[in-house]
Design a protein around this ligand. Structure first.
Ligand code: SF4
Length: 494
């Protein structure tokens, strides 16, 4: 049975780290307070393109104030991460649905467009019912940060690229392709110990936590991340010291592992002390030469990175400096899918990390109706590379996860987008366009398929470096495009 002292607590569940960690003298140095004047400077160069002008005060683009419940929230309040945690918009079994219903009623107009031209409208009440029906059919719980929530165009949410990533509408959902699975990458099969996936010869995926600041509807780790939903009972990825220690021990005892991805869940929900602790432990393992911290935090709650009362980014930069001293490398891998997610706060937060010397890379997922066209992806890449100075690293094909069929695109879409963009963007800013092969083949270039039958929608790949201890040698992996609507009706009469 787990001892109380072994449990790692998250900021929302009490803010204290376990006693063993709390007693450690890990004190990441604090950066200087971001001067108020810098907000104004950033806002002046970083105004987004809203449907209607955002409120402005003292020259600061206070975009969150267009959400009625936050109309009086000052810049200083909004920039506070503790304010963010108190104002998460969420719905899961423990939270009262009335609260979410009230939030949506407050932010939505009386009628919302049903089609893109806006010629057909739907009542607010019907739209909210559609959301609650969508929640019932989702693999992921609903949680969204104020930053992300206030980047949505609430005058037309159905067609908004941020809304669609985080808030489900039953009317948009489609029946699953028969080959979709809740653990489509078969990560469970490659776990030598509870908190670790070891698929590639030299790389391991460490899963220290199973919660995130915002839950993405298409999450590839729907089988474990976030609270249970009506559709999915989550496998437990309990963040305990015992599980962490087993992972560290496996990495130490496996000398071919030189590269570790610290993910989850989202490393943003590690306390600064936990982040520093994990970093120090990995730095001390001789065979680990580099590791990445995976977090969507820069995209959905960038204010935390600038909050002088929060030490997460200080802990990250501390780990980065410690790693450099030890001759090792650390990077932050973030996850931004659409240029509308990027605000002046994102730019300032990114500037702090980049000027702190950290390498930051971005991984996006190609999602139907959200970013599945060359113009949007081009704009995203340029904004990442030129405004944020982040390396656009991967554009992923959406995984074959259950209950996200409405968000998947055919393989041809990602191939076409890469083809259109190559040559129009500097080669070193071009991301790799990737399929993470279903059933555990790992990442392959989308265009590197062995075959692709456009009629059946089946593409075939091999992954010679992923051997699975001999069990995957010469294995052929298949990615299946989403079924066309007519075929879906035929396969799924409902
Ligand atoms: S942040 Fe990552 S782990 Fe969390 S829900 Fe989104 S995709 Fe899943």
């Amino acid at each position: 049975m787990m001892r109380r002292a072994d449990r790692i607590q998250t900021p929302l569940s009490g803010t204290l780290v376990v006693r063993q960690l709390a007693s450690r003298a890990i004190t990441p140095p604090r950066s200087s307070v971001v001067p108020r004047a810098r907000y104004s400077q950033a806002a002046a160069v970083a105004a987004p393109q809203p449907e209607e002008p955002f409120p402005c005060s003292n020259g600061v683009d206070e975009f969150w104030r267009k959400v009625p419940m936050w109309k009086d929230v000052s810049t200083d309040e909004f920039m506070s991460y503790s304010w963010t945690l108190k104002n998460l918009v969420e719905h899961h079994k423990r939270s009262a649905p009335e609260k979410l219903r009230g939030t949506l009623t407050g932010v939505l107009p009386g009628h919302v467009p049903l089609n893109r031209s806006g010629s057909i409208l739907q009542s607010r009440e019907d739209f909210i019912s559609d959301i609650f029906d969508g929640i019932e059919k989702s693999s992921m719980s609903l949680r969204i940060t104020p930053h992300a929530f206030s980047r949505i165009n609430w005058q037309d949410p159905r067609h908004d690229p941020i809304f669609r990533q985080f808030i489900p509408l039953k009317s948009l959902m489609r029946p699953d392709h028969p080959q979709c699975e809740i653990d489509s990458l078969h990560e469970e099969d490659d776990k030598p110990v509870g908190a670790l996936v070891h698929r590639y010869p030299d790389k391991a995926l460490f899963l220290p936590i199973a919660v995130c600041p915002t839950y993405c509807a298409y999450c590839t780790r729907s089988w474990a991340v976030g609270p249970h939903t009506a559709e999915v009972t989550k496998k437990q990825l309990q963040p305990t010291l015992k599980r962490w220690e087993a992972a560290f021990e496996y990495i130490r005892a496996t000398p071919q592992i030189t590269d570790v991805v610290v993910s989850g869940g989202d490393a943003y929900y590690l306390t600064p002390e936990q982040l520093a602790y994990i970093g120090e432990r990995l730095i001390k393992i001789p065979n680990v030469k580099k590791f990445r911290i995976a977090s969507k935090g820069l995209g959905v709650a960038p204010n935390r990175i600038l909050d002088p009362n929060d030490q997460w980014s200080d802990a990250l930069l501390y780990v980065h400096r410690q790693a450099l001293k030890a001759g090792k490398r650390v990077a932050l891998h973030t996850h931004i899918n659409h240029p509308n997610e990027i605000s002046w706060v994102t730019k300032e937060a990114s500037r702090k990390l980049i000027e702190g010397g950290l390498t930051v890379r971005n991984q996006s997922v190609l999602l139907r109706g959200i970013n599945d066209d060359a113009e949007t992806v081009s704009k995203l890449i340029r904004s990442l590379a030129e405004d944020l100075r982040i390396q656009p690293y991967y554009i992923y094909q959406c995984d074959m996860v259950q209950n996200v069929e409405h968000l998947r695109t055919p393989l041809q879409t990602i191939i076409d987008i890469e083809s259109q963009l190559r040559g129009s963007i500097a080669g070193f800013d071009m991301p790799q366009f990737i399929v993470d092969l279903p059933k555990g083949g790992g990442k392959r270039l989308a265009g590197s398929h062995l075959s692709y039958d456009r009629n059946t929608g089946v593409s075939r790949f091999t992954a010679p470096a992923v051997t699975g201890g001999g069990t995957k040698v010469n294995k052929v992996y298949e990615y299946h495009d989403p079924l066309p609507l007519a075929a879906q009706t035929e396969h799924h009469p409902n």
